[in-house]
Design a binder for this molecule. Structure first.
Ligand SMILES: Cc1cc2nc3c(=O)[nH]c(=O)nc-3n(C[C@H](O)[C@H](O)[C@H](O)COP(=O)(O)OP(=O)(O)OC[C@H]3O[C@@H](n4cnc5c(N)ncnc54)[C@H](O)[C@@H]3O)c2cc1C
Length: 590
């Protein structure tokens, strides 16, 4: 029987929300707990509120209405008719259902009609919605557009636009990518020209492509506002708000491999009137950076939803399908695939909720500092906590996006394999999940870009600090103690690799260009090693709260440690292929 509730049926998610998330620190930092007249009288009351919201409406809506429509939406897809984007009918209904349930402004400030919930709670809702329909999450996740306006826009813009999002009366889009500016957003060519005669005082001219929900009502457009001769690269880029209408044309809707319910548009801006968001020249470095980080965490939550859905499909299939007179789950290689999926999923979940906590703390403590007098005796202490949260969020966000997206592709691949030939057929949901997962390591910055960002923090020692807070814990249970020791040895190997790369010693001698090439070449391996070590420690901590997590930790750590050895071997032996050697392999002519 199909599940009636996507929150109540998910014990691991409930464990995170009800037992593991450090709500006290988040709520106290936000000023929602611990003083008279604040949002919650007690921690218990807050957790109960969150649990109730995730149960109903989020969990019921996802299970009873959204999930049953997913196959139909995938089949119908989006299309362009006489310049207008037509969404699948069931997708329109999904959006109406979410708006009626008051879920389209979960994190928006209450002063502008939002519910003002923490990002960590929104992450759980995003995971649940994604499990029901991966492509719907892309529209649900666009709440970040309104958050960006609320955070960086002027008062007039906030008052005019944020309540529209909160009521579900407007949707938005993040309009960055161009044909010649994808990973390299500094290459953006779309122009923003000052013109006092148009509403907003600016007009936008240029072409953008691959824009999710480019047909939305409110577009946040990154454009070149400054003279390219004087302000090259990021310094010349500003962020603008453009309303759908005159001067904005959807030229094309892409035909995609997956996420068919989410329209991906090519847009042509022909002197479209625009409002500046925040300050000139800060578009990419500050506002888009913030928006994309929020979106990256959203994709990580989307990957959890995909993984959960794929796991459940694979498990129920393996329990029913019989071959050689046995249910296939009885065959060790099939059971192993399922265990691999489930342990990876639980490790991912732990990483994602720790990332969300860091983001919430960073935001809340940052807001508190803004209101504090520097002479306040508590200022230095709050600042120290905030700096730690900010560094952690900046490391974990790209790390979680990278790890979970790659893992969701592996998980759906394994889940499809469990189905054998049936998995390749449209009749089974796993076929759609496999296609839907494939985009996650591309949009909001490819995996190659995520590991580059994570690596910048890893080489500065941020990961060392984060690992230190978890690895210093002493366990009473012999099982956890021995796993912790195993992780400690792997951590040392990881640190040796990192030191070798930092000190440029211990590897084959290299020229400076070769060294910088090696840093980017090893970024993926080091980020994966670091992420898996951290997830290993997180699972150990969870083993103290929930007995069955010890087995999960044991399996995950066993696999992770063996990968640490493999990566270390490649790094230390210099076996990775630098660019000169790559040329010899790739081009056959001498
Ligand atoms: C379905 C979909 C929805 C999207 N939604 C949006 C949206 O809403 N808004 C928006 O603005 N954009 C959106 N995008 C665009 C998306 O963010 C870009 O496709 C992505 O950032 C990669 O850019 P690119 O496609 O130009 O690839 P390229 O930048 O050309 O990259 C090609 C390959 O080269 C690698 N590469 C490039 N530079 C480097 C480097 N320095 N080091 C190592 N490797 C490198 C990449 O990792 C990739 O493997 C969407 C894309 C898709 C497919």
């Amino acid at each position: 029987m199909a599940s009636q509730n996507f929150y109540l049926d998910n014990e691991d998610l409930r464990f995170q929300v009800e037992k593991r998330v450090d709500w006290r620190s988040i709520l106290e930092a936000r000023g929602d707990l611990g003083h008279p007249g604040c949002a919650y009288d007690s921690l218990e009351e807050a957790v109960e509120t969150f649990r109730d919201l995730l149960t109903d409406p989020v969990g019921t809506l996802a299970a009873e209405r959204i999930a049953p429509r997913a196959a139909e939406i995938d089949k119908e897809g989006c299309r362009l008719e006489q310049g207008r984007v037509v969404l699948p009918k069931a997708m329109e209904q999904n959006l109406r259902d979410l708006a009626e349930a008051d879920l389209m402004g979960m994190t928006l400030p209450p002063g502008y009609g939002g519910l003002g919930f923490p990002t960590t709670l929104y992450t759980a809702a995003t995971e649940i919605v994604s499990r029901a329909d991966v492509s719907l999450m892309n529209l649900f996740g666009l709440q970040g557009i309104a958050e960006t306006i609320a955070k960086f826009g002027d008062e007039e813009l906030k008052k005019r636009y944020v309540p529209l999002f909160a009521r579900g009366e407007a949707t938005g889009a993040m309009v960055l990518t161009e044909p010649d500016a994808g990973s390299d957003l500094m290459a953006i060519q779309t122009r923003a020209l000052e013109d006092p005669s148009v509403p907003g005082g600016w007009k936008i001219r240029g072409v953008k492509r691959f824009i999710t929900n480019g047909c939305g009502d409110i577009l946040l457009v990154l454009a070149r506002s400054e003279d390219p001769e004087r302000f090259s690269g990021a310094r010349g880029l500003s962020l603008f708000l453009v309303e759908k209408g005159a001067g904005v044309k959807v030229r094309r809707v892409e035909e995609k491999m997956g996420i068919h319910g989410s329209p991906t548009c090519e847009l042509y801006f022909d002197d479209a009137p625009a409002f500046l968001i925040g300050r000139r020249g800060r578009g990419l470095t500050q506002y888009v950076n913030w928006l994309m980080n929020a979106a990256r965490l959203g994709v990580a939550a989307q990957c959890l939803g995909i993984g959960e859905a794929a796991y459940r499909e694979a498990l129920s299939y393996a329990r029913e399908r019989e071959q050689f007179g046995s249910r296939i789950i009885e065959f060790p290689p099939v059971a192993e695939m399922l265990v691999e999926i489930k342990t990876t999923l639980e490790a991912m979940r732990s990483l994602v909720y720790r990332t969300a906590e860091a983001v919430d703390l960073d935001e809340a403590l940052g807001a508190r500092l803004d209101l504090m007098d520097r002479k306040d005796p508590q200022y230095a202490q709050v600042k120290k906590k905030r700096d730690m949260a900010a560094q952690t969020a900046e490391l974990l966000t790209p790390m979680a996006k990278f790890y979970t997206s790659e893992a969701s592709i592996r998980i759906t691949n394994l889940a499809l394999q469990v189905h054998g030939g049936n998995g390749y057929m449209r009749d089974y949901p796993v076929e759609r999940l496999y296609r839907d997962a494939r985009i996650t390591n591309i949009y909001e910055g490819t995996s190659q870009m995520q590991v580059d960002r994570a690596m910048a923090k890893i080489t500065k020692g941020v990961l060392e600090d984060v690992l230190e807070t978890h690895s210093s814990r002493v366990y009473e249970s012999p099982g956890l103690r021995s796993l912790s020791q195993e992780l400690g040895e792997a951590k040392k190997i990881f640190m040796d690799c990192l030191d070798a790369l930092r000190s440029q010693r211990g590897l084959e001698s290299k020229t400076p260009e070769q060294w910088s090439g090696l840093r980017s070449l090893f970024a993926r391996r080091l980020t994966e090693m670091g992420a898996e070590l951290l997830m290993g420690y997180l699972l150990l901590e969870e083993g103290e709260l929930w007995e069955r997590k010890v087995s999960v930790a044991s399996h995950f750590i066993g696999e992770a440690v063996s990968r640490v050895h493999m990566h270390a071997h490649v790094i230390q032996r210099g076996a990775a292929v630098p660019i000169r050697q790559a040329r010899e392999i790739l081009f056959e002519a001498s």
